[in-house]
Write a protein of this length. Structure first.
Length: 262
């Protein structure tokens, strides 16, 4: 069984600054070109298996080589744990009696942490803050959030002697509308809206879709102002690296957080 995944292919760029390496002086520094390629489920990844011939592409000369900058296996263990926690929470909710804690408050402030998966760059730690204002007994709400992460990719640092962006910092802020069909139930809410991304000093506009759930702890403890939440977001935008053709990128955010209601 094969999947489709985006590969970052390094090719010669005559406009880039030249560097010296094991191939001898005058070898040009690498630049990015984006290409779609198939790869198998097997743990080993080889250029030959994906239609790239080492002799023809000049892998040994650094003239041209391919790598998988982001492999799903890198964060699958985390996702399994995250979804395991979500399933556990939902199971507890099924057994817990419903309460009207959600109807007592119109606002919440949340602090969340998790993983930010930037397409082509891999996954890094994410920290964010979210503000929600609720309408119609929590059935509708608006949300504003800000989150920080990193574009750090050890694979790219090891294989390419340059940075794609001036900085590895990533800042994301979102403005969303949400709908919760069962505020006191166990179905997740859905959200949609827009976001601004600052990737290493470059600003991007993105559309956002996602889901999540606010879970008041009043269902389990004698507290009405605290709750848990989980969120999954897909930030969709046009990405362009150097002079390569632009493509539609999907940056995924997975987070768990603590909410304060007021």
């Amino acid at each position: 069984m094969f999947r489709k995944n985006r590969l970052l292919k390094f090719v010669l760029d005559p406009n880039r600054e030249y560097i010296d390496d094991e191939t001898g002086p005058g070898a040009p520094a690498a630049a990015f070109e984006v290409e779609e390629a198939d790869f198998g489920e097997a743990a080993g990844f080889s250029a030959e298996e994906n239609g790239y011939d080492k002799e023809k592409t000049g892998l040994s000369d650094l003239n041209r080589f391919s790598l998988m900058a982001f492999h799903p296996g890198g964060f699958l263990p985390f996702l399994k744990r995250l979804f395991g926690v979500i399933i556990l929470i939902e199971t507890l909710l099924l057994a817990a009696p419903g309460v009207q804690a959600k109807g007592l408050f119109s606002n919440s402030m949340s602090f969340s942490s998790g993983v930010y998966s930037a397409e082509g760059f891999g996954s890094n730690f994410y920290f964010g803050m979210r503000y929600n204002h609720f309408f119609s007994k929590w059935r509708y709400f608006v949300e504003g959030s800000i989150g920080v992460s990193s574009l750090k990719s050890q694979v790219l640092q090891d294989l390419a002697a340059f940075q794609v962006f001036d900085s590895e910092k990533l800042l994301a802020y979102e403005f969303l509308l949400g709908y919760d069909m069962a505020p006191l139930g166990n179905f997740p809410f859905i959200v949609a809206g827009v976001a601004g991304l600052n990737q290493g000093g470059q600003s991007k506009f993105a559309y956002v879709i996602g889901l999540g759930k606010q879970i008041p702890l009043a269902q389990f403890f004698k507290t009405k102002r605290l709750g848990l939440r989980y969120d999954i977001r897909d930030q969709i935008f046009k990405q362009q690296i150097n002079d390569a053709n632009a493509f539609t990128a999907h940056n995924l955010v997975f987070s768990l957080g603590l909410s304060y209601y007021f």
